[in-house]
Design a protein around this ligand. Structure first.
Ligand SMILES: C[S@@+](CC[C@H](N)C(=O)[O-])C[C@H]1O[C@@H](n2cnc3c(N)ncnc32)[C@H](O)[C@@H]1O
Length: 252
C-alpha cells in the first residue's frame, strides 16, 4: 500500500465523468434493490448516517427517508453538485451533501452508521479510510461497505484495468483480495458481522462491520453469516490464500 503522501488526486477523474455517471442506468437493478433493503434493515429512525463516496446521491436520497439525519460526501465537486440538485428535487430535508475525501472527517460526528458503496477499491490508503471511519462512529456503530475486490480477478482483467488507468480512462483501483479487505477492516478495530453477495458478481462483497460497543436498536439482530449461496466460496478464499499471505502486500 502506498503512503498517503503518494495519493493521486481522485477528483479530476470523477469530475470529468460525473454527468455521464449520472445518466448511466444501474447495472443490476435487482441486486441494487436487494442492497438497499439490506441496508434499510440495519437502520433505525433515530440514526445519524454518513455516506462516503456518495456519487450523484441516488442511494443517499433513498436511504435518508429511513433515518433522522443523513450526511453524504464525495471527493468530486461535480458529483456533489448533481447530488444536491437531485436532493432538492426529492425534497429530502434531512439530507446534506458535502465535498470531502473519504479519509477526512465529516461535520456532525459521531455517526451511528457509516456507509461506503463502490468506494474502498478506489482509495489508495484503505487503512487510513477505515481508521477515519472508526473514529467517526459511535461505539457499537455500524460500517457497511460494498466494494470491488479486484485482487480476486484474473491477471488479464487486472492488466486491462491498469492499462485503462494509465491512459486516464479508469480511476486508480487498489487490487484488494476479499481476505485482505476483511483483515484491514478487522485491523481497524471492527468486528465483521455479515458478508453477503448480491447478484452474480462474486468479487463485490457486502460487508457489515461493527465498532465494538453497545448500539440501541429496536430489534437487535444476532450476528450471522449468510447461507453458502451468498457467502464467500471456499474456493475463492483458498485461491486468495494460496497466492498471497493473509493481509499481505496489496497487488499492483
Ligand atoms: C463508483 S462511484 C460510486 C458512487 C456511489 N457510492 C454508488 O454506489 O453509486 C465512486 C465514487 O467515489 C468517489 N470517490 C473516489 N475517490 C474518493 C475519495 N478518496 N474520497 C471520497 N470519494 C471518492 C467518486 O467521486 C465517485 O463519486
Amino acid at each position: 500500500m502506498q503512503p498517503a503522501a503518494f495519493n493521486r488526486p481522485a477528483a479530476p477523474f470523477w469530475d470529468r465523468i460525473a454527468p455521464k455517471y449520472a445518466r448511466k442506468p444501474v447495472e443490476d437493478p435487482l441486486a441494487y434493490a436487494e442492497k438497499l433493503d439490506a441496508v434499510e434493515a440495519l437502520l433505525e429512525p433515530t440514526d445519524t448516517v454518513l455516506e462516503l463516496g456518495c456519487g450523484t446521491g441516488s442511494t443517499a436520497i433513498s436511504l435518508a427517508r429511513s433515518v433522522a439525519e443523513y450526511t453524504a460526501t464525495d471527493v468530486s465537486p461535480a458529483m456533489i453538485g448533481i447530488a444536491e440538485e437531485k436532493g432538492r428535487a426529492a425534497g429530502a430535508n434531512n439530507l446534506r451533501f458535502a465535498v470531502g475525501d473519504a479519509a477526512g472527517a465529516a461535520a456532525n460526528v459521531p455517526f451511528d452508521v457509516v456507509l461506503a458503496f463502490s468506494l474502498l477499491h478506489l482509495v489508495e490508503d484503505v487503512a487510513a479510510v477505515l481508521a477515519s471511519v472508526s473514529s467517526q462512529l459511535k461505539p457499537g456503530g455500524l460500517f457497511v461497505s460494498k466494494t470491488v475486490c479486484m485482487g480476486e480477478a484474473n491477471l488479464a482483467m487486472r492488466g486491462l484495468v491498469r492499462t485503462l488507468e494509465a491512459f486516464g480512462l479508469a480511476p486508480h483501483v487498489t487490487s484488494l483480495c476479499q481476505v485482505q479487505l476483511e483483515a484491514l477492516i478487522q485491523d481497524a478495530g471492527f468486528e465483521i458481522e455479515t458478508i453477503r453477495h448480491f447478484g452474480f458478481n462474486r468479487f463485490n462483497p457486502f460487508i457489515v462491520a461493527r465498532r465494538p460497543g453497545w448500539r440501541r436498536t429496536s430489534a437487535s439482530p444476532s450476528p450471522h453469516f449468510t447461507s453458502p449461496s451468498g457467502s464467500i466460496g471456499p474456493e475463492m478464499e483458498k485461491s486468495c490464500l494460496q497466492s498471497r499471505d493473509r493481509a499481505g502486500p496489496l497487488l499492483p
